[in-house]
Design a protein around this ligand. Structure first.
Ligand code: ADP
Length: 483
């Protein structure tokens, strides 16, 4: 425990220690060195935060959309001012390359600006009645107190993607960020605080007791909405618990994206795209391609380009300029890479490049795994069904369209899918048959604050961003008026 009093709980407008001053260490995943401490909040502090959010709800929901938009715009302006310092902290605390960290901070800002605008577009409709003496109108009102639980892999944009629409809608919130990235979460909350978000409207409980804080949030009858991004197992469990108080729920969970290269596609362009999207964030993304299916006629060309691209990736500490791939979040993640590669090898996969832990920059390499390409991957291998969340590209050949669509859809997940083809009919036909929430066609980044992000099946419920993003925080009230 640190000597300094640690105050990363933000409750009713004040930065506080946990009761008893409990704290936990935050480490740099590159070096495993301690870079700071965060307060370890529990049930009592979470209950206080919920009460604060409840008390703030009336006044905040009574502000005009224009006032709320102004606060969000101010938060966006502050984010731009602090862009580099946020990116540096993100890269250090989470490990992603500084260039990717800068991109993520910009993306986080996009949600502030998008939902600042969307706040002004919360309107209802008039509906014709069958009765001559009746009129219908709808009002859209904030759902109330929101519980937001966020992951470590996109530690700033997942916060703004939830808090910006919640605030825009007139809701108040309690945030529990991931225990791996509480320092950036605190810096993010400071943006809102400095932008003038009133006391109690936003609250944060940093904690390493995720289950205790999570249960307090989902069991509370005051909390009317749960928004969660994380693993499917935890998301399902929280959604089930939230059902006992019938909360609104949106959960963005795991993925197992297929990446399909049709016979008419350019295999070199597709391989370059695969190398970029697969190794983004060291593969620690829910939209990361987990299965790459390449038509047999293009297979060897694709693999050769992929190998060359992956071989050129510079691995190292995220904060070092020019690094393209950073560490995994922890040793458990690195062990998962070893288990998936070991299993694939045993079952006949070919290791084209990588396939082992590595030491870089004189660091002990505990969390570093070489960017890896596996060829001849089959459905029986663990990597074909289990989410990898790491730097391993698993490639397999296919022969015809029906076969590849069947393989692609053969997963419990349904978040992102990628398709390479130069034929418009193929693009539309295959896209329609893919059971996923998002499809990139010759495109490796089908995401934007302006576009709805989300999945089907075990990948979750609801959409974030886009026109739909704010709906998750609004209830529709029907008013029938006799005239
Ligand atoms: P990951 O495997 O990406 O860490 P998790 O689902 O474990 O995904 O974590 C996502 C978020 O959920 C984090 O904020 C984490 O602290 C939180 N979390 C983990 N376990 C629980 C739980 N039992 N109850 C509530 N929140 C949890």
């Amino acid at each position: 425990m640190s000597q300094e009093p640690v105050r990363t709980l933000y409750i009713n407008g004040e930065w506080r220690s946990a009761n008893g001053s409990g704290s936990f260490a935050v480490t740099d995943p590159s070096t495993t060195e301690i870079i700071g401490y965060a307060s370890d909040g529990g049930r009592a502090e979470t209950e206080e935060a919920i009460i604060a959010a409840q008390a703030a709800l009336g006044p905040w929901s009574s502000t005009t959309a224009y006032e709320r938009a102004a606060v969000l715009s101010k938060a966006h302006a502050l984010l731009r001012e602090r862009h580099e310092e946020l990116a540096q902290l993100l890269s250090q605390e989470q490990g992603k390359p500084i260039r990717a960290a800068r991109t993520e901070v910009t993306y986080a800002g996009d949600f502030l600006s998008w939902f600042a605008e969307e706040a002004k577009r919360i309107g209802g409709v008039t509906i014709p009645s069958a009765r001559a003496d009746q009129r219908f109108i709808t009002m859209r009102q904030p759902v109330g107190v929101v519980a937001a639980i966020t992951p470590w892999n996109y530690p700033i944009s997942m916060i703004t993607r939830k808090l910006a629409p919640a605030l825009a809608a007139g809701c108040t919130a309690v945030l529990k960020p991931a225990a791996q990235t509480p320092l950036l979460a605190a810096a993010t909350i400071r943006l809102f605080e400095d932008a003038g978000v009133p006391a109690g409207v936003l609250n944060m409980i940093t904690s390493q007791r995720a289950a205790e804080v999570g249960d307090t949030l989902v069991e509370s009858p005051i909390v009317r909405k749960l928004t969660f991004t994380g693993s499917t197992a935890i998301g399902k469990m929280l959604a089930a618990k939230a059902a006992t108080t019938l909360k609104r729920v949106s959960v963005e969970l795991g993925g197992h994206a297929p990446f399909i290269v049709m016979p008419d596609a350019d295999p070199v362009r597709a391989a370059k795209g695969a190398a970029l999207v697969k190794f983004l964030n060291t593969g620690q993304a829910c939209i990361s391609p987990n299965r790459i299916y390449v038509h047999r006629s293009l297979y060897e060309t694709f693999l050769a380009t992929l190998e060359q691209r992956v071989g050129a990736l510079k691995v190292g500490k995220g904060t070092t300029e020019g690094v393209g791939i950073g560490p995994l979040i922890d040793n458990r993640a690195t062990e998962k890479m070893e288990s998936q590669v070991g299993d694939a090898r045993e079952k006949g996969a070919r290791v084209v490049i990588g396939g082992r832990r590595i030491a870089v920059d004189g660091l002990d390499g505990e969390n570093f795994y070489a960017p890896t390409v596996l060829a001849d991957v089959t459905p029986e291998m663990l990597i074909s069904s289990e989410e990898t969340f790491g730097p391993i590209a698993a490639v397999a050949p296919f022969d015809d369209e029906d076969e590849v669509i069947r393989l692609a859809n053969d997963t419990e997940y349904g978040l992102a899918a990628y398709l390479y083809t130069n034929d418009l009919s193929t693009a539309i036909r295959v896209t329609e048959r893919l059971k996923f929430g998002m499809v990139g066609v010759n495109d490796i980044n089908p995401t934007s604050a302006a576009a709805p992000f989300g999945g089907v099946k075990a990948s979750g419920l609801g959409r974030e961003g886009g026109y739909e993003g704010i709906d998750e925080y609004l209830d529709t009230k029907l008013v029938g008026i006799a005239v």
